[in-house]
Ligand binder design. Structure first.
Ligand code: ADP
Ligand code: MG
Length: 259
């Protein structure tokens, strides 16, 4: 891949996911560019989370193709796609609450090369038994904590932190695996105004160097962050373009923004 500032890092072509008779995602195409944020909006049930799950390999597509860089990753399992450079956050949290920020991020970093989804207790035991500290991993951990704005909370126990800080921690854990492509499913969900603003600043900080897809309901955040916007309704992308283009689209106004 040429190292141009805005190369396409992920490209999905006409992907479809059928659950029985329902096409939860129906022929949707998405390009994610390095250094750009592609927001996906749409009403509940539109297929946004299913689209995220298809791109991450958590669900196999019924049809269509997905490329990461020049590699065809269609049908690959999520762990393999993750090792290829894709990171995602989950609406359901992966945080191990009794552990500190630093410990959670370190465990996430160490899981990068594991075959299984990370198991905190196993890694904790193995790390202690080995008694060794992996310097490369430790630098990655420090960088992820700093990018996520959690340096001052490094030793805080995750379970004692606010909802907003826990979402920051999730981002730090995702960054610790050094993904090039980031998929974030509603990172502002449940946040107050101040927390949401902190998350917007965090996402702007990590935007350079990453290709990001952001599923989000908070329209202020979407219009502050998105370079490109796709509107999904009933599994289909009814509009895609720059935010002003999409905002001016009559289909979008009647189907979504105007409701
Ligand atoms: P969104 O994230 O936009 O709210 P989802 O992707 O979660 O939408 O869901 C899209 C549609 O697919 C919904 O009708 C939902 O009920 C359905 N759906 C999602 N996951 C499954 C599943 N595992 N099995 C069957 N139907 C599903
Ligand atoms: Mg969803």
């Amino acid at each position: 891949m040429a190292d141009t500032p805005h190369e396409v890092l992920l490209s999905a072509r006409k992907i479809t996911k059928r659950f029985g008779g329902l096409a939860a995602v129906n022929g949707v195409s998405v390009d994610l560019w390095r250094g750009r944020i592609h927001a996906v909006i749409g009403p509940n049930g539109a297929g946004k989370s299913t689209l995220t799950n298809l791109l991450s390999g958590d669900l196999p597509p019924s049809d269509g193709a997905i490329h990461l860089g020049s590699t065809d990753v269609t049908g690959w399992a999520s762990e393999r796609i993750s090792r290829q450079g894709l990171g995602r956050s989950y609406q359901k949290t992966n945080i191990f609450l009794p552990f500190s920020v630093h410990e959670n991020v370190r465990l996430a970093a160490q899981s990068r090369d594991a075959q299984q989804p990370w198991n905190p207790l196993r890694w904790w035991r193995d790390t202690r038994r080995a008694g060794a500290h992996n310097r490369a991993s430790s630098e990655r951990v420090d960088r992820a904590i700093e990018l996520a704005g959690l340096e001052a909370r490094r030793d805080a126990i995750a379970g004692t932190m606010s909802h907003g800080e826990q979402r920051q921690l999730e981002i730090a854990m995702t960054l610790a695996t050094e993904p090039q492509v980031l998929l974030l499913d509603e990172p502002l969900a449940g946040m107050g105004v101040a927390e949401a603003e902190r998350m917007v600043q965090l996402l702007l900080r990590i935007k350079p160097g990453h290709a990001m897809m952001l599923v989000e309901h908070d329209m202020d955040a979407v219009f502050a962050l998105a370079d490109h916007l796709t509107v999904m309704v009933n599994g289909e992308a009814i509009a895609s373009g720059t935010p002003p283009e999409v905002r001016a689209d009559a289909k979008v106004q009647s189907a979504y923004l105007g409701e």
